[in-house]
Design a protein around this ligand. Sequence first.
Ligand SMILES: [Ca+2]
Ligand SMILES: [Ca+2]
Length: 272
Amino acid sequence: MIHILVFQTENKMALLSHLFPALLLLQSELQLICGAETAGLQTLNCPAPPWVPGTPGHSGVPGRDGRDGKDGAVGPKGEKGEPGLSVQGPPGKAGPAGQIGREGSTGPKGQKGDPGPPGTDYLIRSLQSELQHLKARLTTIEKATSFDTIKKVGQKYYVSNGQKAKFDEGLKFCTDAGGKLVLPRNEAENKVLAAMHAGLGSVYFLLGSSDKEHEGQFVDLNNTPLVFSNWAPNEPNDHQGKEDCAAMQSNALWNDVPCDISLHVVCEIEIE
Ligand SMILES: [Ca+2]
Ligand SMILES: [Ca+2]
């Protein structure tokens, strides 16, 4: 058995001694093929047979020392980044207290403004005043229209019912009627009064004037010297020392007459 194994081993060694050079040759050929195709083609799998060890190469000559490398060139600027998120920081410390300001000086006085519109109270008072005026005027008209004869002259009404009266009676009558005994203050009034004689069929009108207090000094009912008169010639003559009251004749002239005779009464009523 041992002989058989020895024989087989010897045969194998002999066989390997013959095959080994052939394998080396085949490997060399294959490397030539692979190297040529590797240069022409990008991919080629050309593994060596696993059972064939490679031939170690010779050590190369050491290379020269390399130069020191330079800094690389600066690259292009990068794109702008996304905006950052703002975050409110903590409050800072309180600053120092400021100085207390002083009041400014008073400026010059401005111009007076335009008057404002009337207030409600003013309007009410104005309306009340106007109402009182209208009431008084209505009262005057009511008084005047209560007489039979009415003549308007200026801001007066001359009124009469055609009655006769003595001076004192005439004064009371006109006062009770809301007026006064007539006394013209100017030529126009005197003319209007004179014109009333025709309608009343009168000869004399009592006038609101006398010289009872001071003879020869005729005054009105307020004891004021006359501002107008229309005395007939030689009048007032105080005939027999008994003529202290003034009267108007039908010819519009004045004459002093006794105060106790009855004459036509004309009253004057002021228009409010
Ligand atoms: Ca007299
Ligand atoms: Ca006389």
